[in-house]
Design a protein around this ligand. Structure first.
Ligand code: FAD
Length: 567
């Protein structure tokens, strides 16, 4: 009997350890085994993936490829530069594949894409095997055990999860990789240019390099930033399974840190190294298995005994939050990432609200500019020139490094929405989508809803001050000095409120507090605050109170018509 000819499609699982899907593929005892990664126009052209996240992805791909080659010198991660929807029908036919195996992805776009690929496999008589591996529990099973509804709290997640069963222990990395087969790509049709998905507005002159499915050198090599037409990344953080497992080992070696971790006690102002694990980007790309993380921490907690922390503050508690958002999104579908048509999301009449496609109700990525002032505030927030040094330091760290501490994310998200600017949370989520290394559609949208008090959390009267919250962690303002070098010599007395520094102190610190940071930038200056924070907080609180009293949600008809805006 001829052995199976298996395509293994790497996507959200760029690792060898603890991969149920990879294990299922190898259990087929393939005669031919192609480990591949395909480009996807949703990410290459349409989505707002920033340069730092691209670099992190390339790191993960390179590391995985090297690990595969160590197991079989004839093999590696083969990168194909075409959309999976149009590529797979040809691979099935010309590579004579019998099986396609991949890890389940419950993101809205991924589900749509995968359903097309699965149908193509069915048409070609190719067997498809899909395994859950991205979360502690299979998110679809959690949803099924939660009555088909989104999990809106950790306790709901835990209750549904316990009905699904015990969280699986991680499985070991494979010890061998079968040989790849022939990989013809001279399909009987044009190259990617004939694919309408590739004719997007994001094409550039460098796209000529994309004309080969197997890459510029015809060897299915991992793409480079140069091939993608991107300048160098700015982040110092590097990706890959090898680094992830090393970092996890180092964290676990500190048993006290691991076992007594309490998130609210970790400092958002601590940097190089940060106060939390920094494992989120590795989890995002699947370079680290979440079950590996969970069980190894759990084992340390068990051996530590008395004094260990517990969920939700503990380290495993953090992973439960992750699963909670994944399951919430899995239940909601594409509307999870927006207010419109989302019955679980409170309607707040924010400034700069999203435009929707009237036929689908889905947001288009464009915004109504209903207030020029708020548009300016949004820009100043995004580029880290609000005049509030704590906020600006965080936003500059985000832009440069692609990561900020959770409580830093709290500060900037609260400030942009209900605690300052009253700008639509979707606008902030879009900036995070572009700049975060760990951008996860479910976690990003869910946390923005939490911080803007539109879902998950409702205590809108608890606001983060852009001044005293940072001071609580870092009196001297060292975090600000690191990311806002204009203020590096400012007296600690004024570092959170430099506009209060008398001229003589500004002179001493070689900085002048003037301008808006956007239009009249002069060297040696730092902008004035863009508004009086206390005034804005009072206005926001009053508006939130009214919105809560009116009590509309994203699926209410008034919202769909966009009729109610008063701020
Ligand atoms: P640790 O504190 O070490 O936690 C360990 C792991 O638990 C993290 O790696 C992460 O996978 C998970 N985790 C921790 N907190 C959360 C949380 N609140 N929600 C979901 N998972 C959590 N996290 C993302 O992974 N992707 C995102 O796109 C994302 N966007 C966010 C947007 C906002 C506005 C806010 C407030 C938070 C967001 N988070 C997101 C959650 C959280 O800030 C990050 O997961 C965390 O800061 C990552 O750093 P760490 O790995 O050191 O976390």
């Amino acid at each position: 009997m001829t052995k199976p000819r298996v395509i293994y499609w790497f996507r959200t699982d760029l690792r060898l350890h603890d991969s149920p899907a990879l294990q299922a593929a190898l259990d087929l005892d393939p005669g031919v085994f192609w480990p591949i990664f395909t480009w996807d126009p949703h990410y290459v052209y349409r989505a707002r993936g920033g340069l730092n996240r691209w670099q992190f992805l390339l790191d993960c791909q390179n590391d995985l490829s090297e690990s595969i080659t160590k197991l079989n010198p004839k093999s590696k991660l083969f990168v194909l530069r075409e959309a999976p929807q149009t590529l797979f029908p040809n691979l099935f036919k010309f590579w004579k594949a019998t099986h396609l195996v991949f890890e389940k992805d419950t993101d809205a776009y991924a589900r749509e894409r995968d359903s097309i690929v699965v149908q193509a496999a069915k048409d070609a008589g190719v067997e498809v095997i899909i395994r859950s591996g991205r979360t502690l529990w299979d998110s679809d099973q959690v949803v099924a055990k939660h009555g088909g509804k989104p999990t809106m709290s950790i306790s709901q997640l835990q209750a549904a999860g316990s009905k699904v069963g015990k969280i699986n222990r991680p499985i070991p990395a494979p010890g061998h990789f079968p040989d790849p087969g022939e990989m013809p790509i001279d399909f009987e049709r044009g190259q990617p240019e004939t694919n309408p998905d590739f004719n997007s507005e994001r094409r550039t002159e460098t796209d000529t390099a994309y004309s080969r499915i197997d890459g510029p050198n015809g060897d299915f090599a991992i793409e480079t930033m140069e091939e993608l037409g991107f300048p160098s990344a700015t982040t110092t953080h590097r990706g890959g399974e090898t680094i992830a497992l090393r970092m996890l080992n180092e964290i676990l070696a500190d048993k006290k840190y691991t076992a007594t971790f309490e998130k609210p006690k970790t400092s958002p102002a601590q940097f190089e190294p940060q106060s939390t694990t920094f494992l989120s980007p590795f989890l995002h790309f699947g370079a680290l298995s979440v079950r590996e993380f969970y069980w190894r921490v759990q084992d340390v907690v068990k051996s530590f005994g008395k004094g260990a922390s517990s969920p939700p503050e503990s380290l495993t508690g953090q992973l439960l939050f992750r699963d909670m958002y994944f399951a919430a999104q899995a239940a909601s579908g594409p509307v999870f990432n927006q207010t419109a048509k989302n019955p679980y999301c409170r309607f707040i009449p924010w400034h700069l609200p999203s435009k929707r496609d009237p036929s689908t109700g889905l947001v288009t990525g464009e915004y109504h500019v209903d207030s020029e002032e708020a548009e300016t505030w949004f820009k100043r927030w995004k580029w880290g020139v609000t005049g509030f040094p704590w906020i600006d330091a965080l936003m500059r760290q985000l832009r440069t490094e692609g990561w900020i501490h959770h409580l830093g994310r709290h500060s900037v998200a609260c400030f942009l929405t209900r605690g300052g600017c009253y700008v639509d949370w979707e606008r902030g989520a879009e900036v995070f989508e572009e700049w975060l290394l760990d951008h996860e559609p479910a976690c990003n949208a869910g946390n923005w809803q939490w911080l803007s008090c539109t879902a998950f959390f409702s205590q809108y009267f608890r606001c983060y001050s852009p001044i005293s919250f940072g001071q609580k962690w870092d009196k001297q303002g060292n975090f600000i000095r690191r990311w806002v070098p204009e203020l590096k010599d400012m007296d600690a007395k004024y570092i959170y409120e430099p506009w209060k520094a008398p001229l003589v102190d500004q002179k001493k610190a070689s900085v002048r507090i003037k301008g808006d940071g956007l239009t009249d930038i002069e060297t040696g200056t730092y902008p004035k605050p863009m508004f009086d924070f206390l005034q804005r907080r009072t206005a926001c609180l009053a508006a939130m109170k009214t919105a809560y009293q009116v009590g509309l949600h994203g699926n209410d008809s008034q919202v769909l018509e966009g009729t109610w805006r008063d701020m």
